[in-house]
Design a protein around this ligand. Structure first.
Ligand SMILES: Cc1cc2nc3c(=O)[nH]c(=O)nc-3n(C[C@H](O)[C@H](O)[C@H](O)COP(=O)(O)OP(=O)(O)OC[C@H]3O[C@@H](n4cnc5c(N)ncnc54)[C@H](O)[C@@H]3O)c2cc1C
Length: 413
């Protein structure tokens, strides 16, 4: 079995983290890795992997233990997801969308303020969603993006929900909706459209689970991208889709509070790419030693230029891991400005460095290493996608770090 990405003793992982990461590594190596090329080649969704993750409990990793899940907290989840990312980027990334529906409605909402009666009702509702996952293996997705400023956090979502007796009527369109046509529920972010009010407000963001088969839901568009091909991130259209009150994954107003008070929630897209960075490095070591399975036993490690490249990759990998580990360790409600700056720096580093390490791996290993019979070229293409993930794209992280580092709250020029 591969070595742990974060050695439990060296990084002082909890017993639960050591257990979950070992499970993910074993599962990733034995089950995800051999199948990964197929999803990539076909741009098809890894349904079999999800069936297996229902079987081994990983679908319920973010569900509190008292409610039947594995009860992982934020860091335990991130570490586990990074292990999966080493073996199949598309599975790890789509699994992230699924797990967020439970992490955000579970441990994260426990840190937020709401009246006691609202909390009781929220726990009752989330239980319905959790039961579907644990009992039926239901899979949730997380379509936010609409092609404008909303997913970047700069405007209200244009997808709207109007109150109707007993529930909501939803209309709108989401782009890049990973798991489109494959998730059982689309956990969409939309804005409550109030009677008689023209303007939509981010404060009125709702987080609703829409059943795939609900009348008015359709999947549109082609899917033939550079990387992360198994995510099947096509467009989703909602035309007067009616869902009940129990569709709420968070009470009204809570998502806005979460985004403001628990910003590390947006760091959850990074673990997959942390895993891909490790995978590119691991491949390079094995390949240059002439030990990668399925390749001729030709050693290339004796060339100084290759040794320098490996050293540079290792330095970048260690820097990335250290910063990311710190950021996921300090995630929590009401972080300080320093902690938020660090979270953006961690996200930026993981996303950009995963792509840089993978690019250097291709250059260093040489021509035969980029054949499609080997995983490196897929890792390279998948890794390139990380910087594009809203709301914390690599560009937006730089934008925010620069501004927030120079200005305190309320300051202008
Ligand atoms: C493999 C993959 C899977 C994905 N899965 C999902 C998913 O499951 N759910 C989901 O919601 N999304 C998903 N996304 C979408 C992703 O998060 C982005 O929303 C998407 O890549 C944006 O594409 P775009 O061309 O609209 O980007 P851009 O045009 O770069 O960004 C869209 C908008 O964001 C704002 N913006 C962008 N950059 C800046 C900037 N520097 N400063 C200020 N504003 C800026 C602008 O308003 C811009 O119009 C996925 C993307 C990929 C690549």
């Amino acid at each position: 079995m591969d070595s742990p990405l974060f050695d439990p003793a060296a990084f002082r992982l909890t017993e639960q983290e050591a257990r979950l990461t070992a499970l993910a590594r074993e599962f990733g190596q034995a089950v995800l890795a051999p199948r990964a090329a197929r999803w990539d080649r076909e741009a098809s969704f890894p349904t079999e992997n999800y069936r297996d993750m229902h079987g081994n409990g990983l679908l319920g990793i973010g569900i509190p233990a008292a409610e039947g899940g594995l009860g992982a907290g934020f860091r335990a989840y991130c570490l586990t997801a990074a292990e999966l990312g080493r073996y199949c980027g598309a599975t790890a990334l789509t699994w992230n969308m699924h797990v967020c529906s439970t992490l955000w409605s579970g441990p994260l909402t426990e840190d937020l303020d709401m009246p006691e009666a609202v909390r009781v009702e929220h726990r009752r509702r989330r239980r319905l969603h959790y039961d579907r996952i644990l009992r039926d293996g239901a899979v949730f997705s997380q379509p936010f993006s609409e092609g404008g400023a909303a997913a970047a956090g700069g405007a209200a979502f244009g997808t709207t929900a109007q109150r109707v007796p007993g529930g909501w009527r939803i209309s709108g369109r989401k782009i890049f909706a990973s798991l489109a046509g494959h998730a059982d529920y689309y956990g969409i972010l939309c804005t409550e459209a109030r009677e008689g009010e023209d303007r939509l407000s981010r404060r009125d963001t709702l987080y609703l689970a829409v059943p795939r088969e609900a009348p008015g839901v359709s999947v549109e568009g082609e899917w033939d991208p550079l990387g992360m091909r198994g995510t099947v991130s096509r467009n989703l259209v909602f035309r007067d889709v009616v869902v009940g009150e129990d569709a709420a994954l968070m009470p009204p107003g809570l998502y806005f509070q979460a985004a403001s008070r628990w910003p590390h929630m947006f760091l959850t897209l990074s673990p997959t790419y942390m895993g891909l960075a490790q995978a590119a490095y691991d491949f390079t070591i094995a390949y240059l030693r002439g030990e990668y399975p399925g390749t001729p036993p030709v050693k290339r490690r004796m060339y100084p230029t290759k040794q320098i490249a490996v050293a540079e990759m290792r330095v970048m990998l260690e820097q990335t891991k250290a910063l990311w580990f710190q950021a996921i360790t300090e995630a929590g409600p009401d972080p300080t400005k320093e902690q938020v700056l660090r979270a953006w720096a961690a996200q930026h580093s993981v996303m950009e460095n995963a792509a840089a390490i993978a690019a250097k791996a291709v250059r260093t290993c040489g021509g035969q290493a980029m054949l499609k019979s080997l995983p490196l070229e897929r890792i390279y293409r998948d890794a390139r996608c990380g910087s594009l993930m809203l709301p914390w794209t690599a560009e937006l992280c730089i934008d925010r770090i620069g501004r927030e580092a120079l200005y305190d709250k309320g300051e202008t020029d």
